[in-house]
Design a protein around this ligand. Sequence first.
Ligand code: PLP
Length: 439
Amino acid sequence: MTAILDQTCAPLARVSGCDLRVPLVQGGTRVYANFDYAASAPALAQVTDRLTELLPFYASVHRGAGYASRISTDCYESSRDSVARFLNCADDQVVVFTRNTTDSLNLLASCVPGDTVVLDIEHHANFLPWTRHGRRVVPAADTVEETVRRVVAELCAKPAALLAITGASNVTGEVLPLERLATIAHQCGARILVDAAQLAPHRRIDLQALDIDYLAFSGHKLYAPFGAGVLVGRRDWLDAAQPYLAGGGAVKEVGTTETEWACAPQRHEAGSPNVLGVAALAAACDALGALDERTAIEHERRLADRLRAGLEAIAGVRFLRIWPDSADSVGIVAFTLNGFEPGRVAAYLSAEHAIGVRDGRFCAHPLLARLGVDGALRASIGLGSSAADVDRLIEAIATLVERGPQWNYTRTDGQWNPAPETRPRLAPESGAGAAPCSF
Ligand code: PLP
């Protein structure tokens, strides 16, 4: 991975779609500026290279005798080592491949032998699965310090099996003090799960140094958008629980009345696995693991600071933030613009400037309610982002405030769209170069 970091803050890595030209509503095209890494990140070049190399060998895993099957099986199984290295897993932690973070958290929720404590700032994926298994919600306080005190009080008041906490907020990017929370959870007799969907793409996570028991993340947010996710964690709960899915691959022996289930990770991976998705995820772990962390953090910090400084100078911008005392945040900037509906701003940025951001409530309704807004804009930064992209976004927002949109926008079924929409869309079955379909 080439590390280019200069005053202009060029992209730090080559990602898919970096030179994608998209149509503008007023005519012509422009290179797409992607500020939606937090939702789904483009593929790293190392990931697509790895898949191209592997694709000819794609075949059934685990049971095939053919050479391609053996290669695919080796690749699938050795992907666990890449993930374990990336996270510095302990010996008693297993790597289970899933579809995504949501899947991983639902899997763990089916294994927890007791109550789970969560904050009210979580993404729904780390909020809803625990409902069925004794969820206790701690309202976040106005500071990180006070929030930590509330977590301690809840864990001390009544035993809980697990503290399930986000590593970095998907709304504000604020990072939680994980090492401290792990110590607190353990002192109170609980284990800790970290929802690392937003943290893993931005920070190295050392499970042993932080003393984290379980961790989940998604390949598609880690520059490997091919449908695989991960749950890493201590073996005992995973081995004791019912298999997540019943089926082939999760068993040792099946009779007509009795079944002997396999241990984790196979116990929770019934059915034909997503070999290529897992290989992609492992390639991303290897590539990110090889990237100089200090350089990556500095790249992201410079761009996020530049974006905040630029937006701050625009009348009516208000940033979303949970705590004034959070020590760190990843490259996510969420904001509202006085007098402008977030969905309309997002449609304007897309249609008139070829800029992609996310708007809405970010699958974190309780947090948005506590922040007192019913929607916002979120610009998220990644390894393919540049200062030029950031300047384009700032300029587009400033122009909107100054002159208003230069096109009409209407809301249909809850979504803002240009009216009329002039941009062609590719037909779903078409490949590159195919004729766009008209509206
Ligand atoms: N947790 C956090 C913090 C997230 O940001 C997301 C997705 O945005 C999820 C969990 C769910 O991830 P996935 O949709 O990949 O399951």
